[in-house]
Structure formats: structure tokens, C-alpha cells
Write a protein of this length. Structure first.
Length: 477
């Protein structure tokens, strides 16, 4: 069974032999509209009558005669003017087109090119893919797209680096719709139209200036500067592949788009044939100009490598200093711990060496001394740990800022190997030292507190009191 889309395609194809045929196809807000007018013969009326009889739910078809009355196509009079309007609702991210006229109209509307992810055409026999769209043959009224149909819109790069002095001769907003992802060796009429318009749009992106003076003109800011007539993009069509390659190199490969654009335009201007317009001269100059521009860019990168090496040296020096600071904090913690232990041991030695001459009245004094030393150790050690952690946190915030502001040229893997891993190893070492010293400090404080309590109760008495207290708690159970 022939689908309604196949019948519409057959009817449009048959109508093309009519001398006064008019076809317009465009998107109006969320409604897509196809309008056809022609003086129709009986065969055309029969074909459109079969279409109307199928009653497609998604398509609204209105057939009007010469008197502007809505009729069925089979009621039309052969040899008279008839008008057909087909409308349907758009699907977000998906464009559906009936005719090559609608395809060309869409490609000329720069503001709409990035609204869609999938494009279906009734006239398309071979699909293809650009960076921005997937283009498919239209076989179902409600096509099922593959993957996410949400189009990605990016700010224009071309209009920020190209001076425009005309409202009608402008570079494209986006490069992605004009860069082919699949093989270019296709003969479908749709891709031929796309290639021709793509050559025109991408060639405008290679100029430094666009203006209109009786005809479309481009300016190249080189030595010497050039003012060249744009010409007919058909002349540049044989250079389609090198045009694509040049546009990819400037706008899609890496950063420094403006610098690469300047290099290419300067090389184009340097030996431009004076008797050729822009589209004709590109055939002769673009390939060699691209090669020269790439060499110039590589030389620029090598020159900038000195600054890169200096920045890497500064990064290594700074990170070494930070690592040493963290290691020094570990040593300071250990040093503080041994000082505290020496203080505890000294007091204990003094306490028990004077045991023979100790009077009962001194017990309270020793207890207070032990307790005061325990408090001192806790406060001293706690302040040291607090200060160290604050310092480490500050260093980490500074490194995070450096990562994006100063060392953005490093990729994530290189930065991890050169910067993050050494600091991470030093931090792990510090954390191990902190855990060990904290354990020792806690034990020292406990010893001091028990010793202070022993000035009032002997260890055995203290043990019996604690045991009795736990026994009383457990007795009700």
C-alpha cells in the first residue's frame, strides 16, 4: 500500500511540469506550511484527490479552486487555477520538509539553522550528517528520531572576529550546520544544494570584512590588504573539501580561533591574484594558504613554549614549597609532642622523687599541677592541629584558583601527575602523623588525670569504687 507521503511526493513531482507552478514552504511559529498553486490538469487533480481521501491525522490539507472555494480535488475543473495548502504541527528539535524549495528556504534562514537536531525530507534519497543535524529520508508521518532531539545552540564566534558593514551580507551565526560529518561523495539533490550554500557561508568566514558596494565585497587584512568582489559561490564548489578543512581548523580545532583566522586571511591576501574574485581565487590560493597558516601557528606555539616552561617551573617550585610546609607541620606536631612528653615525665619524676619527704598537705598541690599540665597539653596540641588544618585548607583553595587562572593550559591528567599527586601524598603522610600524635596525646592526658586522682585515692581504692558503682548499676537488672 502506498503511503500518503509517497502520494504527496508523486503529486508534487507531477506538478513540476506545469508552467505556472508556485511552491512555498516555511515554518510559521510552531506550524509548518506548504503552499502550492498551479493551473492543474485532470491527472494532477486525481493525484491530489487520492491524497485528500486518505485523511492523514497529522496533516491538514485544504484544496481551493479558482473562485477561492474549498472543494474536493476531483470537483476541480482541469485547466483552471487551483491552490493547495498543507499544514502540520512541528515536533521539537525535528524539521519535516516536503520540497527542495522548503529545504533551500530553511538553509537561507540563519536564525533557524540551530533549532533542529533531526531533519526529514520527502525529497531526500540519501541521508547525511553535519555536526549540527542528522538529515534523513522522510518515510513516516511521525518520524522516530534517534537519540536526543534537543539542538545545541552556541554563541556566534564568526561575528565577533569579522567586521560587517552590511545588513544583508553577513557571516553565519554557527559553523556546525555547514561542517559535514559523513562522506561528501553523495549525488542527492538535497546535499548538492547544501554544499553550494555551505561554500558561500564558510567562505564568508575566512574574510576580515564583509560589505556591500554595488556588489558583495570581502576585505582581507594582510600585507597588502585586499578588497575583493565575492563572486559566485558555484566557482568555489570544486574546493569544497579544502573549504571544510579550513573551517574546521579555524573554528573547531582547539582554541585561539581569532589568531588562526588572522593567519589564514593574511596568507590569502599575501599573493592574491588581482584579476580573480574571492570565490574564484579560493580555488588557487586556499590550499597553500592553509598550509602556511598552520606552519605560522606552529611557530607561534613553539615561541609561546618558553612562557609555558617558565610557568611549569613556577608551578613545580610553588608545589615543592607547599609540600615542604605540610611536611614541616608534621615535624612540628612531633616536636610539640616530645616536649609535652618531657614535661609530663619531668613532673612525674619530681613528684615521686620527693615522695619520701612529701607531706599530706602537698597532695592537693600535685593534683592541681597534674590537672593543669593536662589542660595545657590539650590546649597546646589542639591549637597546633587547628592552625595546621587552616593553613592546609588555605593552600588548597589557592591551588584551586591557580588551576583555572594560571595553569589552564594543562589537561587534567597532566595536572594530576604534576601537582595533585605530590600534594596528596604529603597530605596523607601528615594525616598519619596527626593520628599517631593525637593517640599519644590522649594517652598522656589520661595518665595525668589518673595520677591527679591518685593523689586523693589509691589506684586500688579507685578501682574498688568504680567496680562498686558499676555493680550497683547492674544490681536492679
Amino acid at each position: 500500500m502506498i503511503s500518503i507521503l509517497e502520494k504527496i511526493g508523486k503529486a508534487i513531482c507531477h506538478s513540476r511540469h506545469l508552467s505556472d507552478l508556485v511552491i512555498t514552504e516555511d515554518q510559521q511559529v510552531s506550524i509548518h506550511k506548504l503552499f502550492i498553486s498551479a493551473t492543474m490538469d485532470s491527472e494532477s487533480l486525481d493525484l491530489w484527490g487520492e491524497i485528500v481521501d486518505l485523511h492523514a491525522e497529522d496533516l491538514k490539507i485544504v484544496f481551493i479552486d479558482e473562485s477561492r472555494d474549498v472543494i474536493h480535488p476531483r470537483e476541480g475543473v482541469p485547466g483552471q487555477k487551483h491552490y493547495i495548502t498543507i499544514t502540520y504541527n512541528e515536533i521539537p528539535g525535528i524539521l519535516r520538509l516536503f520540497t527542495l524549495e522548503g529545504w533551500r528556504t530553511f538553509l537561507l534562514q540563519d536564525s533557524k539553522l540551530c533549532r533542529y537536531k533531526h531533519i526529514y525530507g520527502l525529497f531526500i534519497t540519501e541521508g547525511f550528517q553535519t555536526i549540527s543535524w542528522y538529515v534523513h529520508p522522510w518515510k513516516e508521518i511521525q518520524p522516530v528520531s534517534v537519540g536526543d532531539a534537543t539542538a545545541i545552540t552556541k554563541p556566534s564566534v564568526t561575528k565577533s572576529i569579522i567586521k560587517c558593514y552590511s545588513t544583508t551580507f553577513l557571516p553565519p551565526d554557527a559553523i556546525a550546520p555547514w561542517i559535514l560529518e559523513t562522506c561528501s561523495e553523495k549525488t542527492d539533490e538535497a546535499i548538492k544544494i547544501w554544499k553550494l550554500l555551505g561554500c558561500r557561508e564558510l567562505l564568508k568566514c575566512f574574510a576580515n570584512e564583509l560589505f556591500f558596494a554595488d556588489e558583495m565585497m570581502v576585505g582581507l587584512a594582510g600585507k597588502p590588504p585586499r578588497k575583493i568582489a565575492f563572486g559566485d559561490e558555484t566557482a568555489a564548489l570544486p574546493a569544497f573539501d579544502i573549504i571544510q578543512e579550513s573551517a574546521k581548523w579555524i573554528f573547531l580545532e582547539g582554541n585561539e580561533t581569532e589568531l588562526k583566522h588572522t593567519f589564514l586571511s593574511s596568507e590569502l591576501a599575501r599573493e592574491w591574484p588581482s584579476d580573480l574574485n574571492f570565490c574564484e581565487g579560493v580555488m588557487l590560493r586556499l590550499s597553500s594558504a592553509l598550509e602556511s597558516a598552520r606552519l605560522m601557528y606552529k611557530a607561534h606555539i613553539r615561541t609561546g613554549g618558553k612562557d609555558t616552561m617558565k610557568s611549569l617551573g613556577d608551578l613545580r617550585k610553588t608545589l615543592a614549597e607547599d609540600t615542604q610546609k605540610i611536611i614541616q607541620q608534621s615535624r612540628d606536631l612531633s616536636s610539640t609532642l616530645w616536649k609535652d612528653m618531657a614535661l609530663v615525665i619531668s613532673v612525674l619524676v619530681i613528684r615521686y622523687s620527693l615522695d619520701a619527704v612529701k607531706s599530706v598537705g602537698l597532695q592537693n598541690i600535685y593534683a592541681l599541677v597534674f590537672f593543669a599540665i593536662a589542660v595545657y597539653i590539650v590546649i597546646s596540641y589542639g591549637m597546633s592541629v587547628y592552625i595546621n588544618r587552616k593553613t592546609i585548607s588555605l593552600l588548597e583553595r589557592v591551588r584551586t584558583t591557580w588551576r583555572t587562572k594560571l595553569y589552564g593550559f594543562l589537561d587534567e591528567q597532566d595536572y594530576q601527575e604534576l601537582a595533585r599527586q605530590p600534594v596528596k601524598d604529603a597530605m596523607e603522610s601528615y594525616c598519619r602523623v596527626e593520628r599517631m600524635t593525637s593517640t599519644v596525646v590522649i594517652l598522656l592526658v589520661i595518665i595525668l588525670l589518673i595520677t591527679a586522682c591518685s593523689e586523693f585515692w589509691s589506684i586500688s581504692t579507685f578501682y574498688r569504687s568504680v567496680h562498686a558503682w558499676f555493680s550497683e548499676l547492674a544490681s536492679p537488672l
